[in-house]
Design a protein around this ligand. Structure first.
Ligand SMILES: Nc1nc2c(c(=O)[nH]1)N[C@H]1C(S)=C(S)[C@@H](COP(=O)(O)OP(=O)(O)OC[C@H]3O[C@@H](n4cnc5c(N)ncnc54)[C@H](O)[C@@H]3O)O[C@H]1N2
Ligand code: MOO
Length: 390
């Protein structure tokens, strides 16, 4: 059995970067930017007012000072005239600050009678003027690679960048295997259950920028399994679920090998997820996930999702690990790394009592995986431990 880190490295070695494509900004959210995007304008494109008030030429304005209002500058409609000493311009938030104006007095600090304003408060240090280019300048860059957040998309829009170069979305074929499985909404027979893993996996894949292609459930016979694998042709990654262990009906390894799988490894020193398998199948990354629901989602989190990120041009890196104090004692760990379902609460992390890899209700209640290295000694409340956010 190999370690989690070795298995992940072997999976990264099976990942090739995907081609690039150009997408309109409206479809860029969640995509991985492949080339730096360069600002086409300054923001703000002119010195602009940060407040609603009155623009004046003077910096030092004592209480009692008076100005005559001679015009207006509103957002979208600047003031074309020139301002002289003793005059003020009515100005609104976001409006261009006229030439020579050095301060905007907020309207709360003055009284107005007709066209004359009188300063009634001691003014703050803040001139309430945003300088030209104070946010970004022409030529400033949004650097690649990065997964574009909502904030990034807003910044790109402000930079007047209508489309971006991104990595193609990886297509992932999902193959659930097992005679016991029926789809949600169907009526299961007496020995049957509902196929759930593929739904969780599809959601994770889509969150990571991939396209999940859910293939029909493959029954436990070689012919049907082979036919389903054929349907996966053209996918960038083929992910099977279940049939990975040592039982008489666990056929994935055999069928994939018959179809030409170049296996990189089988079995990883971890729980859940020991019977994980990976390799290359007809040019695609193939990952055989264990069938137990928690095992399949945990191994997807640790291996499939980092692989999809790497294919999209992000650095080949494990899921981010964080630190938090334990809120209760835990006993020593065995020889396999343990990814315990746990809750991160105010003040620390608390693992669930029940850790069986079939318990979807526990996984759904968990918000982190508490990472126990192989042979980790017993830990007491307050010790700092490592976790992965779910
Ligand atoms: N003698 C041994 N038995 C088992 C071992 C072992 O080392 N020796 N390993 C156990 C571990 S650990 C795991 S994990 C499982 C993995 O087995 P498989 O990958 O072959 O999975 P299946 O047997 O097909 O299914 C296991 C379990 O999960 C349910 N399942 C499968 N697919 C789905 C799905 N898409 N949605 C929901 N549930 C699914 C299936 O009905 C079984 O209950 O093997 C242990 N056994
Ligand atoms: O390795 Mo299994 O995934 O613990 O249930």
């Amino acid at each position: 059995m190999i370690s989690v880190a070795e298995a992940l490295d072997k999976i990264f070695a099976l990942c090739s970067p995907l081609e690039l494509e150009t997408v309109p900004l409206r479809h860029a959210h969640g995509r991985v930017l492949a080339e730096d995007a360069v600002a086409k304008r300054d923001q703000p494109p002119f010195a602009s007012s940060a407040m609603d008030g009155y623009g004046v030429l003077d910096l030092d304005v004592p209480v009692g000072a008076q100005f005559t209002v001679v015009g207006e500058s509103a957002a979208g409609h600047g003031f074309d005239g020139t301002l002289s000493k003793g005059c003020a311009i009515r100005i609104f938030t976001g409006a261009p600050v006229p030439e020579g104006v050095t301060r905007v007095i907020i309207q709360e600090d003055v009284t107005r009678e007709g066209d004359v304003i009188t300063v009634t408060e001691t003014l703050s240090e803040n001139t309430n003027i945003r300088p030209l280019g104070g946010d970004f300048r022409v030529g400033d860059r949004v650097t690649a690679p990065r997964r574009l957040s909502a904030q990034d998309v807003a910044l790109l829009a402000a930079m007047n960048i209508p489309e971006v170069r991104v990595s193609r979305r990886p297509v992932v074929a999902l193959i659930a295997t097992g005679d016991e499985l029926v789809m949600p909404g169907e009526t299961p027979g007496p020995s049957q259950i509902i196929a759930s893993n593929s739904f969780g996996l599809a959601a994770m894949i889509e969150e990571a920028g991939g396209i999940a292609r859910m293939l029909p459930i493959a029954p436990d016979n070689e012919t049907a399994l082979r036919a389903t694998f054929e349907l996966a042709q053209g996918a960038d990654a083929i992910v099977s679920i279940g049939g990975a262990s040592v039982g008489d009906h666990d056929l994935v390894g055999k069928v994939a090998a018959d179809m030409g799988l170049d296996r990189a490894f089988y079995k990883v020193a971890m729980r859940p997820g020991k019977p994980l398998m990976a390799g290359r199948l007809n040019g695609a990354l193939m990952i055989g996930l264990p069938g137990n629901p928690v095992s399949s989602l945990v191994t997807a989190k640790l291996f499939l999702i980092p692989a999809l990120c790497a294919m999209q041009g992000l650095p080949a890196a494990p899921a981010p690990h964080h630190k938090a104090p334990l809120l209760q004692d835990i006993s020593s760990n065995g020889p396999r790394a343990h990814y315990m379902r746990a809750r991160l609460e105010t003040g620390g992390i608390r693992p669930f009592e029940r850790q069986d890899s079939s318990l979807m209700s526990i996984l759904s209640s968990a918000n982190v995986l508490l990472v126990r290295p192989p042979l980790d000694p017993a830990r007491i409340c307050g010790e700092i431990v490592t976790y992965i956010a779910l």
